[in-house]
Design a binder for this molecule. Structure first.
Ligand code: PLP
Length: 419
């Protein structure tokens, strides 16, 4: 028995999908203790969008530590935080004409979600939050109460209350406009639905099966929020920070969320950090009303500031969209080659899913890929979607290499079907 099985809680999970002991990472590759290289199409569930140990961030971080830069500061003012705020404003907010106050909640995604839900209730004086089928927003109680997955919800061990689930875009197929359904439910005094404080939505449900909401649907959802005076919260924790090709996943849409949650790749280096962006009039927090010891992870501020260099102009975006074409074309071809196994190719940018017809087949493909030194995870409540999250910085050669391995590994489930 290894030390992990002996001492680490049974709750551990990704290590079961990728059963080796990892030791180093560089760029698109992660290496195990035996120096075996694995091409990483998982990217820390989207926390490593710029690959492992990106050189410029590493250099800034080493320099910062070397000069005894502050590591921890609660929410005291620090130079590192000042640099981050200024650059985030200059590179991200101002060019988009966005005006937001920035809250640093605790350093994980679920912290950002909890603070958004709390603030929405405080601002509106309403209790209910609307969320969507297949949604994932984190594992603490508030976030679980707006997540769809029943296995994860049951983990709460108590009733998850004061939320209402609504059908996501396409949940009932193409024919049903779920916005119309929601509109009717909210309008009717007989629907049993109290007017909610807010709606929380992912533009692409990365954990829930790579379901994308259309631009039109999201814009209509924002309209509903205005109509019923609900706050519009976008959880861009996984789809944001460049994953879809633009910094925010909704940059090409006519959306102006009341609050935006960011985490995962905001630090750029895999260091814990989260943000909740708040429209200024909604920032009615009392000082210290939402607290947390690790809100001042200055090392993360240092790498986050450096990561923003990718977004100073449109070059990085253009490169992502150019490489997306390689992914999309290969996956569409794959679908043609495996018509009995693949039901659909989903996603956009650098966030794609291969939806499989048979439950559990995603796990078989993922295991075969691991055997062939490629890390890919599954998504969806039944692990029936193979999820591709290559680093945004990947070279064409490595991207093609990974897609080649994936294609070979698809035959595993084909063999399975024939047996
Ligand atoms: C990962 C994720 C979260 C939760 O982030 P944690 O850091 O795991 O708490 C919330 N929302 C979305 C969309 C995520 O992908």
């Amino acid at each position: 028995m290894n030390i992990f099985e002996e001492l680490e809680s049974e709750v551990r999970s990704y290590c079961r999908t990728f059963p080796t002991v990892f030791n180093k990472g560089k760029g698109s590759y992660i290496f195990d203790r035996e120096e075996n290289p694995y091409l990483d199409f998982f990217s820390g569930a989207g926390a490593l969008n710029y690959g492992h140990n990106p050189a410029s961030m590493k250099a800034r971080l080493l320099e910062y530590i070397d000069q005894n830069g502050i590591a921890h500061s609660l929410d005291m003012y620090t130079e590192a935080k000042s640099d981050f705020l200024k650059k985030f404003n200059d590179v991200i907010l101002k060019p988009r004409n966005m005006s937001y106050k920035i809250q640093f909640p605790g350093p994980t995604g679920t912290n950002a979600v909890e603070s958004a839900l709390k603030l929405a209730r405080k601002v509106t004086g309403r209790e209910k939050i609307l969320f969507f089928t297949q949604a994932f927003h984190g594992m603490t109680l508030g976030s679980l109460s707006v997540s769809g997955n029943s296995f994860k919800r049951e983990g709460a061990g108590l009733p998850l209350t004061n939320t209402t689930c609504m059908p996501y875009d396409g949940y009932f197929g193409d024919e049903v406009d779920t916005i119309e359904y929601m509109d009717r439910m909210l309008e009717s005094s007989g629907s049993g639905i109290d007017l909610p404080a807010a709606v929380i939505v992912e533009t692409i449900q990365a954990e829930g099966g790579i379901n994308s909401a259309s631009k039109e649907w999201l814009e209509k959802l924002q309209g509903l929020c205005k109509k019923y005076k609900m706050l519009f919260i976008v959880d861009d924790i996984q789809a944001g920070c460049g994953r879809t090709g633009t910094f925010f996943s909704f940059d090409n849409m006519d959306l102006s969320p009341d609050m935006i949650c960011l985490s995962k790749s905001i630090s750029g280096y895999g260091l814990p950090m989260a943000l909740c962006l708040i429209k200024p009039p909604l920032d009615i927090w009392e000082p210290g009303e939402h607290n947390g010891t690790f809100r001042g992870n200055n090392m993360a501020f240092v790498t986050a500031t450096e990561a923003l260099n990718y977004w100073k102009n449109s070059k990085f975006s253009e490169e992502i969209f150019r490489k997306e074409k390689i992914i999309k074309e290969r996956l569409e071809n794959l679908k043609d080659s495996f018509p009995d196994e693949i039901s659909e190719i989903r996603g956009r940018g650098f966030l794609y899913g291969i939806a499989l017809k048979t439950e559990g087949n995603g796990s078989l493909v993922s295991a075969a890929c691991f055997e062939n030194n490629l890390l890919v995870e599954t998504s969806g409540a039944n692990s029936d979607v193979v999820k591709l999250l290559p680093p945004l910085t990947i070279s064409d050669d490595d991207l093609i290499k990974g897609l080649d391995i994936l294609e070979e590994c698809m035959s595993v489930i084909q063999d399975q079907v024939m047996v």
